[in-house]
Design a protein. Structure first.
Length: 350
């Protein structure tokens, strides 16, 4: 046996360590039982990185921020670092794979970073979240309603929030869908919207801004909007049913879609494996249909009255930057959530 091991070692190989089943009637001694390996220790959480709209920093009363992936204590979605320890990540949603304790700690870190990274007194704010259902439902929340919510309680089912009072911090959870934040800089009104393709077809952003104008008297010249990180037209492959839904709602629908011949090394090397018996023109081989969700929501903001120069898009694709953002599409559904917030600072409200 030793001669075989030496021979294998001479060519850079080693003898296999296949496990064998013990003979019947014999039991393993307790000393022979292999102890489970201890769980890897998480690195000390670093300061979460929060993205801001530079043009909004001049509004001292306005609280806002878009979270990113690094900087928390969650490890279930984390990639291994060079030192063998999983880097902590800032998952801010109560996903089935993560623990509640980790998410609670991540939210504390996020709010602390939001407070230290701007003039906003985030510690005075109550985080208000929705049970997001990819709809066109928009809810108005006031400070008293926000204060009455229990810890981590969801305000309602829907995909849009409006607020005219300081205190509530409106939050949208995303992992590819677009977060769209809107502010009325004259009346100091804020709104937050969750815009996936279904919510976009339901005109969630257009409905929400329309309510700001109809109910509160917001003027188009005073409105400003920000579109946060989300899956871009470069990566967002959709089916014909999605295009049909947009065609039925928007005259500008053709401008939102484009065809992309995605490179597939396997198909290029073995094309015969992917031939079909279907008639030409009816095969599913060919270009993929991509949707530009950012442009779709920019169009809704324009139609709702927001001036083009006042629409700020971060233009960051979550699928293109998987180390910086959680992406449901890129990770095949196994992803954490980012938190995108907007609110009114208490200290400056009159």
């Amino acid at each position: 046996m030793y001669g075989v091991d030496a021979l294998l070692a001479s060519v850079g190989l080693m003898h296999g360590t296949r496990r064998t089943r013990p003979l019947a009637g014999k039991k393993k001694s307790p000393a022979a039982a292999k102890k489970p390996a201890p769980a890897p220790a998480v690195q000390r959480p670093t300061q979460p990185k929060i993205l801001h709209v530079p043009a909004w920093e001049r509004h001292a009363w306005l609280v806002h921020g878009f979270s990113t992936r690094p900087g928390g204590v969650s490890t279930v979605y984390a990639q291994q670092t060079g030192r063998g320890k999983p880097a902590g990540e800032l998952n801010l949603g109560y996903t089935p794979s993560d623990t509640r304790a980790h998410v609670e700690r991540n939210r504390e870190l996020f709010l602390r970073a939001l407070r230290s990274g701007s003039a906003a007194t985030a510690s005075q704010s109550t985080l208000v979240l929705l049970r997001q259902i990819h709809s066109g439902l928009v809810h108005r929340v006031d400070a008293a309603q926000a204060a009455s919510l229990g810890k981590d309680a969801l305000f309602a089912a829907g995909d849009g929030l409006l607020c005219t009072q300081p205190g509530p911090l409106l939050g949208i959870l995303t992992a590819d869908c677009l977060p769209v934040l809107v502010a009325d800089t004259r009346l100091r009104i804020v709104a937050a919207f969750h815009a996936g393709w279904r919510g976009t077809v339901a005109r969630i952003v257009e409905r929400g801004v329309g309510r700001m104008r109809a109910e509160f008297g917001s003027r188009p010249a005073d409105l400003t909007a920000a579109i946060g990180p989300g899956i871009g037209g470069c990566c967002y492959t959709v089916g014909d049913e999605v295009r049909a839904a947009f065609d039925a709602q928007f005259a500008y629908s053709p401008a939102l879609f484009h065809e992309v011949y995605d490179s597939d090394p396997i198909k290029e090397k073995y094309p015969l494996l992917f031939l079909t018996a279907r008639a030409p023109g009816h095969s599913n081989l060919g270009p993929n249909l991509h949707l530009d969700l950012v442009e779709a929501n920019r169009r809704q903001l324009l139609d709702a009255g927001v001036a083009a120069p006042q629409i700020h898009s971060l233009n960051l694709c979550t699928a293109c930057h998987p180390t910086q953002f959680f992406s449901h599409r890129e990770s095949h559904g196994f992803a954490g959530r980012m938190l995108n917030v907007i609110g009114i600072k208490k200290a400056t409200r009159v």
